[in-house]
Ligand binder design. Structure first.
Ligand code: FAD
Length: 522
């Protein structure tokens, strides 16, 4: 017999299968020996009370053996000679589009401006250590896209996005821990992601797909509102009438190209602010209401949202036990984001703290039309670069000093490897953002007492939260509204915000594209 139920137990019991078995046997009046297996279906932490509890959704096998059914990958066919679909970008959207193309019998040809995950590491070292930004290979560009050297948090704010479970199962099939199917807030970690991405690439190639690194697309061949080819940086052209465009939100040259080719694009609201770093110990103390985090609890995350004068301010991409990374994609700008290893064992925690922006905020840049938000974003990144000292050092300020508008006399060493320069955030941001951040941090402290401390440091800017541009598409066919054969996809096109939703969108676009192909019957 199998019983499915939800229980609350202490973190210690949750961490020890034997103790859990004893607990369940006692609670349900059954003998321990009768319990053959306990399968944990979902796990979440309830830290609202001082006595922290773990919620477990369980399937208990009583007098019945458990048969383990490992997650299997779909039976991908060989597509060496199948109809071809060109996919631009090997981020989560592009890679999952490629896998879906194969599953549905088409051959993906993936074009990626960056390098494979291993070669990419050298360029990450160069930006961290030597302040050199490679415009094709950095924290945003390269195999696996912005998702590779990220935190690898695998949840999406919107449940409406699609089949999250399917993407999680595919990731497990490609080597991720099966715990991502159990945790309420699954996470992979920067150290594990490259291996998973490599396995995905190997599968695509094994099945007859192609992936071309260091292959930047610089032009689209369009005639009579139909795409018929893409031009590469080396001058060659690939003839194709099926293109999935999954270039991410940092591919400004692609947005510029579309704009100059008069392909319809739209300005899109996004959010921008700072990345704040606290000690993980402080966050644990606040969240777990204890002096030291217990041995059975993970480094605590947090999530905060406030309305300040009618404008939203919220935490974004919070990385417990993580590090702040330099995520610029061009020289002459600075950008922050965060990552963490799978164990989340760094002494610091960081989070983007961003202010909601609206299209009317970009009026000053209206001459750039649909690119006004992008130019606004760029102007802040460039100003921060100047204020930071024209290297990859970023402007930084102690948190209370920022709220009080005082320049920090000194700054502690933070996890941001290129270094920090003491600066007033009022000089980096327009007044409305600066003021919202100041008031918002005060409000955050009301929800998390102790959060507003001068031991915390804000780094500027956190500016690549989502795309400042939307590439509009038909809701049904997913083709660009005006260009036949072009499928705007993923975060850069404005249809995703994070690894999971980008992967889901990649699959959707591949499916929509394959549906238009007439397969030859033999
Ligand atoms: P991208 O991942 O941006 O991929 C686009 C790809 O297109 C890139 O590889 C790029 O090189 C390529 N490309 C661009 N232009 C061209 C061109 N002209 N020719 C050929 N190729 C081109 N999200 C989460 O859900 N959880 C997290 O924990 C998380 N942490 C993050 C941490 C960091 C440091 C960063 C930078 C991002 C993080 N994100 C996280 C965001 C997440 O990575 C993105 O939402 C996601 O990668 C978007 O997927 P995408 O495929 O749409 O675009």
């Amino acid at each position: 017999m199998r019983y499915e139920f939800t229980i609350q137990v202490s973190p210690e019991i949750a961490a020890h299968p034997d103790q859990l078995k004893t607990f369940i046997a006692r609670k349900n009046g059954i003998s321990i020996d009768e319990i053959k297996h306990i399968q944990i279906l979902k796990r979440s932490i309830d830290a609202r009370q001082k006595a922290i509890k773990v919620n477990l959704k369980l399937k208990v096998y009583v007098q019945e053996d458990f048969i383990d059914q490992p997650i299997e990958l779909p039976d991908y066919p060989d597509v060496t000679h199948a109809p071809e679909i060109v996919i631009i970008g090997a981020g989560p959207a592009g890679l999952f589009a490629a896998l879906r193309c194969i599953e549905l019998g088409c051959k993906p040809i993936v074009l990626e401006r960056g390098k494979d995950v291993r070669s990419r590491r050298r360029d990450l070292k160069a930006i961290n250590r030597d302040h050199i930004v490679n415009e094709d290979s950095n924290y945003c560009f390269g195999e696996g896209g912005a998702g590779t050297y990220s935190d690898g948090k695998l949840y999406t704010r919107s449940k409406k996005r699609g089949d999250v479970q399917r993407i999680l199962e595919l990731l497990v099939g490609f080597g991720a821990t099966d715990q991502i199917l159990v945790e309420a807030h699954p996470h992979i970690g920067t150290n594990k992601l490259p291996g998973i991405i490599t396995t995905i690439r190997e599968k695509i190639i094994e099945k007859g797909g192609e992936i071309h690194f260091e292959t930047r697309v610089i032009d689209f061949e369009i005639k009579n509102s139909e795409i018929y080819g893409v031009t590469l940086q080396n001058g060659s052209t690939i003839a194709t009438n099926k293109v999935i465009l999954a270039t991410g939100h940092s591919a400004r040259d692609i947005f510029e190209l579309l704009y100059h080719k008069k392909v319809v694009i739209e300005a899109k609201p996004f959010a921008l602010g700072v990345r704040v770093e606290h000690s993980q110990r402080l966050i644990d103390q606040i969240q777990y209401k204890c002096e030291v985090r217990g041995p059975y609890l993970p480094p605590s995350p947090y999530s905060l949202v406030k309305q300040i004068g009618g404008r939203g301010m919220y935490s974004f991409c919070m990385c417990p036990g993580g590090v702040i990374a330099p995520c610029a994609t061009s020289p002459g700008e600075v950008v922050t984001n965060g990552w963490s290893p799978s164990k989340r064992d760094q002494p610091t925690s960081n989070s983007g703290i961003v202010v909601e922006l609206r299209n009317e905020d970009f009026k000053e840049f209206s001459k750039y039309g649909p690119l006004s938000g992008m130019y606004f974003q760029k102007s802040i990144e460039q100003l921060a670069w100047q204020i930071g000292g024209e290297t990859q050092k970023v402007p930084a300020q102690r948190l209370v000093d920022m709220v009080e508008g005082k320049l920090s006399k000194d700054l502690p060493v933070t996890s941001y490897t290129p270094g920090v320069t003491s600066a007033d955030m009022g000089a980096v941001f327009p007044k409305f953002i600066h003021h919202t951040l100041q008031e918002g941090f005060k409000a955050f402290d009301k929800s998390m007492r102790g959060y507003l401390t001068n031991d915390a440091v804000v780094h500027a800017p956190e500016s690549r939260t989502s795309s400042p541009v939307r590439i509009p598409r038909d809701l049904k066919t997913l083709e660009h509204l005006q260009i036949k054969g072009l499928y705007p996809c993923g975060e850069g096109a404005g249809y995703a915000g994070g690894i999971i939703s980008a992967a889901i969108d990649g699959e959707k676009c591949a499916q929509a594209c394959v549906e238009t192909i007439k397969f030859k019957t033999v």
